[in-house]
Design a protein around this ligand. Structure first.
Ligand code: AVI
Length: 323
């Protein structure tokens, strides 16, 4: 994956230190400079993301939660009896709980997340709240192949990928991910995917340029992390948060812009910045209902039903297999 997606919302380091160093140096010595967004999510970054989800300007979390609550029985009616709900990136089961509450026939829940601590804490609470549910957390990078627990091998599978995280993949990566999830879930499986919608660009702009500056802190925290973990000497006062809607590509782009000409030492490598030069830190793709359905069709899934409030969409897909 070129611009790897966020793999954990509340993770400590998301990859071994050497992979972090390799990715950072590779990204900062490329033209244009870029960094993989999955590295946003150290402890401080995860806490900042949590604050983002509560900001008045950041509508996706609020809208998706409301849409799930309003339509949970209809969504759950598509699930086969006795199924396992497999959540990709289920660091917190907040959204899955809505489906678990609406579908008494779900027999097991498998949250897959790279952050083990949060998974285990959350699993213990889920077992108390849903005593008949089998809870089998898996500490894995859900973008790669992983083995499912033997206990659920015979059960039909339903996938769940909320939060518009699919928008942080490049479209070809989203397609690869949908194929990989399809191979894991099996023919006939249902997949529920939350996707942010193309909309008025002023609403999009505000969602990534909040008045309190939390998104700016979230973006700049990447440099703090590089300073701490790789002994770099980024001057945080010499970089600015830039986020804007790129209408040609239907995506919000986030960058860190150097306010002056400068040199930064990162892990023994000197990186030169021109004044105004940016590090591209994230893409957040927005889809129309139709463009996401087309992507799903091209990735081995057929759209079953979509719910939308005009801000975000929840797509129920069914695996048709490769044609
Ligand atoms: C996690 N992901 C769906 C968020 C998004 O909106 O693309 C990450 C984020 N970046 C800035 N604000 C939120």
């Amino acid at each position: 994956m070129t611009r790897a997606v966020r793999t954990a919302r509340r993770a400590a380091p998301t990859a071994p230190a050497n992979a972090f160093a390799t990715d950072v140096i590779a990204g900062l010595t490329s033209k244009p400079k870029h960094l993989p967004p999955k590295y946003f999510y150290d402890l401080a970054g995860s806490a900042l993301f949590e604050r983002i989800t509560q900001l008045p300007e950041y509508y996706p979390t609020r809208c998706e939660l409301a849409l799930l609550r309003d339509n949970a029985p209809a969504i759950a009616s598509l699930f086969p009896p006795g199924c396992t709900l497999i959540e990709f990136g289920g660091g917190s089961s907040r959204k899955a709980r809505i489906l678990l509450g609406a579908a008494a026939t779900i027999e097991a829940y498998v949250p897959v997340d790279i952050s083990g601590d949060f998974l285990q804490q959350d699993a213990a609470q889920l077992r108390r709240d849903f005593p008949r549910l089998g809870v089998h957390p898996l500490v894995e990078d859900f973008t790669k192949a992983f083995a499912l627990p033997g206990a659920i091998a015979a059960l039909p599978r339903v996938g769940f990928f909320p939060g518009s995280t699919i928008g942080n993949f490049e479209p070809h990566e989203a397609c690869q991910f949908l194929r990989h999830a399809g191979a894991m879930l099996g023919d006939g499986a249902v997949f529920v995917v939350g996707v942010d919608l193309v909309k008025d660009d002023k609403i999009l702009y505000r969602a990534y340029n909040d008045a309190e500056g939390v998104t700016a802190k979230f973006n700049l925290n990447l440099l703090t992390r590089i300073n701490r973990e790789l002994g770099a000497d980024f001057d945080l006062g010499a970089f600015e948060h830039h986020a804007f809607y790129n209408a040609k590509h239907n995506r919000i782009e986030m960058h860190l812009a150097s306010t002056r000409r400068q040199k930064v030492r990162v892990n023994g490598t000197t990186i030169d910045f021109r004044a105004g030069e940016t590090i591209h830190t994230e893409n957040s793709y927005k889809y129309t209902i139709e463009s996401f359905q087309a992507l799903a069709r091209g990735s081995g899934w057929s759209p079953l039903k979509t719910w939308s409030d005009g801000m975000v969409g929840i797509h129920a897909l069914q695996r048709t297999g490769e044609r």
